[in-house]
Ligand binder design. Structure first.
Ligand code: 13P
Length: 293
């Protein structure tokens, strides 16, 4: 049976040694296999995360947990795998805690800050009783798709949330989910630095796709330890699939180019290739290098 881990030791090590571990969203079976393959090939720890929408699409949180565990086993994945709920609301976080997800995010950013604080506190208590890691969010990262900058979290809120005992904190530092608009102003390193100086828990960069490598590396040097990636792999999958179809391979009846196992293969391989590049950007060390500390 696959041994999924909560990742607390890994992220603490990442924060202490200025590297990051990628948190890669899964959308289906191919995504799951592509991500686990990149982790196994590079022998690096991996966080596999599922959003509420993606879990619904795939058949629910239990199905996702069973599928990830079974894939880890059948692929012989021999690196730490952290299964994580991404942007869970209160009910989703409770359900995943009950199911034994090793790591959950409770995203209360849409709530008034006092309610976000209170609910995060409750989730931390329930999760920690089962050795489950908790990520919280402050600053509205998810809501700025068309803005030139995401909202900035305050240092004061970061300190208050860290005091509750959250294991990782996603702070808005100008980052945005999805494709960044052309006039995006970039990450706010001053705010990141202020927050990182005030709290020592691992910090999370959401909306990790499409940020220039220099900015990602600088953010990691300042305290970002988990970088969330979804759109990057969706675009890699889309471009490779588009190429396959534009080259007419799906029309090749003789070689059964229409078979989904062939049609979906270039996109799946593109995800693995894109993740291997991302691992270099993030400086994610191999499991051997981590255990040598
Ligand atoms: P992107 O889709 O912008 O990579 O963001 C992913 C993310 O932050 C998931 O929580």
């Amino acid at each position: 049976m696959a041994n999924l881990v909560n990742g607390n030791d890994i992220f603490a090590d990442a924060r202490a040694h200025h590297y990051a571990v990628g948190a890669y969203n899964i959308n289906n079976l191919e995504w799951t296999r592509a991500i686990l393959k990149a982790a196994k090939d590079t022998q690096t720890p991996v966080l596999v995360q599922v959003s509420m929408g993606a879990a619904r699409y795939m058949g629910g949180y239990k199905f996702v947990k069973d599928m990830v565990e079974d894939q880890v086993d059948s692929m012989g994945v021999n690196v730490p795998v952290i299964l994580h709920l991404d942007h869970g609301d209160y009910e989703a976080a409770l359900e995943c805690i009950k199911l034994g997800y090793p790591s959950v995010m409770f995203d209360g950013h849409q709530l008034p800050i006092a309610e976000n604080y209170q609910k995060t506190k409750e989730i931390v208590k329930l999760a920690h009783a089962q050795n489950i890691s908790v990520e919280a969010e402050i600053g509205k990262i998810g809501e700025n798709q068309n803005a030139a900058s995401g909202e900035l979290a305050t240092v004061e809120d970061a300190v208050r949330f860290a005091q509750i005992g959250v294991d990782k904190l996603a702070c808005g530092i100008g980052n945005i989910h999805g494709i960044y608009p052309a006039d995006w102003q970039g990450l706010n390193f001053q705010r990141l630095d202020e927050i990182a100086n005030a709290i020592s828990i691992p910090l999370v960069l959401h909306g990790g796709s499409g940020i220039h490598r220099d900015q990602v590396e600088r953010a990691i040097s300042l305290g970002i330890s988990k970088v969330n990636i979804n759109t990057e792999f969706q675009l890699a999958f889309q471009q490779a699939t588009r190429k396959y179809i534009e080259e007419g391979h799906d029309l090749d009846k003789e070689h059964k180019g229409y078979d989904p196992r062939k049609l979906l293969l270039p996109g799946t391989e593109a995800i693995t290739a894109s993740m291997k590049e991302m691992i270099q950007w993030l400086g994610t060390p191999s499991v051997d290098e981590i255990s040598q500390d």
